[in-house]
Design a protein around this ligand. Structure first.
Ligand code: LMR
Length: 394
């Protein structure tokens, strides 16, 4: 049987992780996978998470099953964090999932179940695993223009033109904040135009929000998602706790299905439970419980929010530092966009050849489409990267 298998393409982000590991050069710099690193190059456990973990160890008395959609306390806390009071709680169905990727996968499953004809409109570019999962599931993908390679901002006109092809029932996959891989984001006026268009076309938004708190702040980063949830008849929201709680390996995420029609809630909730049961039964609990404890305890929550704010500000500082170093070296504002981008990533906007040159000659690792993880930098490596970018002729 196994001899009938064919080799699958390696995920390019994960392949890069492996290459970096194997590179013996001591000066190597990892700007690949989206993991936050502090100035010492360490991905720390957040203090509030560590405290919650200690409390949990002391208080937890059983490891028995929790529930097919996870602990309702987790859903409540996350819905509150992401949606605030944008919509009433009784119209949000929710299920815990293994990470944000689990939420994305379950969202696609729910779409396919409800409407097998739905086409999924995705930004060009988007997180490569969106495309990989959709392909694997055999769902039809239509890409819409998103990144303007001249300005390195959003090609909003191109995006709206391409979304003009939406048909009723199609789904538009949008990044709630901190677009991955580009770092270029819509402003709220543009979001409103996208919402108006989706309403006119009868399309359904699906939001992937994996970096709340990494862009402009916890509330600011949720604003677009809240606007969508409050304005559209229906939407799906896939959320990740990996980054903003720093619990990558715990696999903690939440899928929400919002329907303005309150009578739809029971069916949505039951469907999410069914889909969890089919795919992995009970979702992981440990990370979700830590998140719930942090969000429910005012002192842990304040501690977490301030540590997250430090992370956010340090990334903004690195962005500005890199833009300044490049400004000094090139005498131009060509790289000013780096300070405008938000979140963990920026797309440098150069060719795969030059990305490869940076890797081969300078031991600088970024994804082939020139996505850089800004959080992989520090005060020492910023000037090294700036110099390498100039020397490579980017
Ligand atoms: C990334 O984009 O680097 C992260 O979301 C990690 C991943 O799973 O690809």
């Amino acid at each position: 049987m196994f001899d009938r298998l064919t080799a699958q393409p390696a995920d390019k982000i994960l392949a890069l992780m492996q290459m970096f590991k194997e590179d013996p050069r001591p000066t190597k710099i990892d700007l690949g996978v989206g993991v936050y690193k502090n100035a010492e190059g360490v991905t720390p456990i957040m203090q509030a998470v560590k405290t919650a973990e200690k409390q949990l160890w002391e208080q937890e008395t059983t490891k028995s099953y929790v529930g097919l959609v996870g602990d309702p306390g987790f859903s409540d806390a996350m819905i509150d964090l992401i949606l605030g009071d944008a919509v009433p709680r009784n119209i949000v169905a929710a299920a815990a999932t293994p990470g944000g990727t689990g939420a994305v996968r379950q969202a696609f499953e729910m779409i396919r179940m409800a409407n097998p004809e739905a086409r999924i409109f995705v930004s060009d570019p988007t997180w490569p695993n969106h495309l990989s999962i959709l392909k694997y599931m055999g769902m039809e993908v239509v890409s819409y223009r998103y990144f303007d390679s001249e300005t390195r901002g959003v090609d909003f006109t191109g995006m709206m033109d391409d979304l003009g092809a939406l048909r009723s029932g199609d789904v538009v996959l949008l990044h709630g904040c901190c677009h991955n891989p580009t770092g270029a984001n819509l402003n709220l006026v543009e979001w409103q135009s996208v919402i108006d268009l989706m309403q006119k076309k009868g399309a359904v938004p699906m939001i992937d929000i994996a970096y709340q708190g990494f862009g402009d702040g916890l509330e600011e980063d949720a604003a677009a998602t809240r606007l969508v949830a409050a304005s559209m008849p229906e939407c799906l929201i896939a959320a990740s706790c990996s980054k903003n709680f720093g619990i990558y390996r715990e696999r903690t995420g939440l899928l929400m299905a919002v329907s303005q029609e309150a009578s739809q809630h029971g069916l949505n909730q039951g469907t999410l439970a069914f889909l969890n049961r089919q795919n992995y039964s009970f979702p992981p609990d440990h990370g979700a419980r830590l998140v719930t404890m942090v969000l429910q305890d005012p002192s842990l929550r304040a501690d977490w929010a301030s540590e997250l704010e430090e992370v956010r500000l340090s990334m903004l500082g690195l962005r500005q530092h890199l833009a300044d170093e490049l400004q000094q070296r090139t005498g131009s504002d060509r790289f000013a966009f780096l300070a405008q981008h938000r979140g963990m990533f920026s797309r440098l906007g150069t060719t795969p050849d030059l990305v490869e040159k940076l890797r081969a000659e300078h031991a600088i690792y970024m994804v082939g489409d020139s996505r850089m993880n800004i959080a992989g930098l520090n005060a020492t490596t910023v000037p090294i990267l700036a110099q390498a970018i100039v020397e490579a002729g980017v």
